[in-house]
Design a protein around this ligand. Structure first.
Ligand code: SDX
Length: 450
């Protein structure tokens, strides 16, 4: 028996259908509300509004649960690898051996960029933010495949997926290499996805380069943890742009820009900058917690809070444990000496910086989680709170942290875009509004204006 909800408005009673998801979430279906009642809904930031039905990712913010196609994130982080998880999200099932080999082969084979794309990098100023570069280059990819952008053609969608998955690490690495004046390396198709990215980032043409398998493994897990997160800001941007039947490259380009914001994927960069500011300020953690609580102070504790999680973000728990391992047990000095050509001569000094950032993060978390302001508002560390500490320890430059998030989120954006294009309820996204401007106004000639 399908459920309904009654709405009484201006003396009339309306029955609206209630729809249910497979994990018992319920939604009031208001698609007929305006035609039946003349009312629209009003929900800034879509706090209580579902934009679609989706079978890709499930979050339970109260219990801190995250499932990709029903599989717990903890299991995938332990047992899967990023390309397998990408396949799971995009195609809806774990690949068999043949499917995995086919997908891996094509994602590897398309890793090179058209040579003329290198000219794009010459056109940017010397130190562009890599998110702007990645979004611009991803959006422009479509100009190289103009005859394969039909969003209703299975084969053209498939090859766009292969190209995007394969090329984003190259595009990202190029944005870093260009910023430090080094040659743009070619991908190495003999390496795994993350090893190839690390080699493009940290190798140079003058010497042999061996990827540290520990670092490649850590990066694999981080990419899995960031791979999808249902209808977050950037995914909603990808879906909305795709809802005009716009191609995958342009839709993902919009997603990269949306992710860049400090309230979203840009938070991992902002967390490190905040921790560094706390260390440099010398005033201690409590001073900044008080600032975050002060309604008159715009300062917020970046890396804390989440629209959905009102409990621990399961990803931040895994990342926090990884950070402990990397800065503690694992011999990070050895792996750092292999990958980091940082401008900090003494790796120990660098290690000390990592540890002090981590120590401040741990102290911040400990104090905040006991503070009523954060408890009442259910503000917990989110995925961005610890991830930057690991990226830094791996030698990734701070302004590349959001790019790492984008590389991880790419299969999620692709999966959500692909699902939206095939949605039986497909419609172009076009929200309504409540108008609050002039009820009417006259045109006043220039000479009469004040
Ligand atoms: C990501 O949506 C996703 O799934 C995102 C993501 C993904 O995988 O795609 O999980 C990735 O974007 C994680 C979030 C990264 N952003 C940050 O860490 C930035 C800091 N956090 C906040 O700005 C905030 O918590 C948001 C943006 C994440 C969520 O904002 P909401 O849901 O709109 O909540 P809100 O701003 O209405 O805050 C509710 C209350 C407010 O207090 P009151 O006005 O009620 O007194 O909590 C306060 C806020 O002022 N608050 C904070 C705070 N976050 C919220 N106060 C201090 N520090 C903070 N970080």
């Amino acid at each position: 028996m399908s459920k309904t909800a009654k709405l009484i408005f201006e003396g009339k009673t309306y029955e609206l259908p209630v729809i249910e998801g497979t994990r018992d979430e319920k939604a009031l279906d208001v698609s007929s509300l305006r035609s039946a009642t003349g009312l629209i809904t009003f929900d800034p930031g879509y706090v209580s509004t579902g934009s679609c039905k989706s079978s890709i990712t499930f979050l339970d913010g109260e219990k801190g649960i995250l499932l990709y196609r029903g599989i717990p994130i903890e299991t995938l982080a332990e047992k899967s690898h990023f390309i397998e998880t990408a396949y799971l999200l995009i195609y809806g099932h774990l690949p068999n051996r043949k499917e995995m080999d086919y997908f891996s082969y094509h994602v590897t084979r398309h890793s090179m960029l058209h040579e003329s794309i290198k000219n794009f990098y010459d056109g940017f100023p010397s130190n562009p933010h890599p998110m702007a570069v990645c979004s611009a280059v991803v959006g422009a990819l479509g100009t190289f495949y103009q005859d394969q952008l039909n969003v209703l053609d299975e084969r053209e969608i498939e090859i766009s997926i292969h190209r995007l998955m394969a090329k984003l690490p190259t595009i990202a690495a190029y944005s870093y290499k260009k910023s430090i004046g080094q040659a743009l390396p070619y991908p190495d198709n003999s390496l795994s996805y993350t090893a190839n990215f690390l080699k493009m980032m940290f190798s140079n043409p003058c010497e042999e380069y061996q990827v540290d398998p520990t670092v490649a493994k850590i990066l694999n897990i981080l990419l899995i943890l960031h791979a999808d997160h249902e209808q977050n800001c950037s995914t909603s941007a990808v879906r909305l742009v795709g809802s005009s039947r716009c191609n995958l490259y342009a839709s993902v380009s919009a997603g990269i820009y949306a992710l860049w914001g400090p309230l979203h994927g840009g938070a991992n960069q902002a967390v490190i900058e905040m921790l560094q500011k706390i260390i440099e300020d010398g005033g201690g953690v409590k001073k900044f917690i008080d600032k975050a609580k002060d309604p008159n102070d715009p300062f917020r504790l970046v890396g804390f809070g989440h629209r959905v999680y009102k409990n621990f973000d399961p990803r931040s728990k895994i990342i926090k444990n990884m950070a402990h391992e990397i800065l503690g047990e694992l011999n990070v000095k050895e792996s750092l000496s292999k990958i980091v050509k940082s401008n900090i001569d003494d790796e120990l000094e660098k290690l000390n910086i990592e540890e002090s950032l981590f120590d401040v993060a741990l102290e911040l978390e400990e104090i905040a989680l006991k503070d009523d302001y954060f408890i009442e508002r259910k503000l917990y560390p989110n995925v961005d709170f610890y991830s930057g500490i690991i990226y830094q320890a791996l030698g990734i430059p701070v302004n590349m942290f959001p790019v790492m998030f984008a590389m991880g989120r790419l299969p999620g954006w692709i999966a959500q875009w692909k699902e939206s294009q095939a949605d039986e309820d497909f419609k172009i996204g076009r929200p309504r509004q409540i108008y609050t401007g002039n009820a009417s106004a006259e045109y006043i000639p220039m000479e009469e204006r004040k």
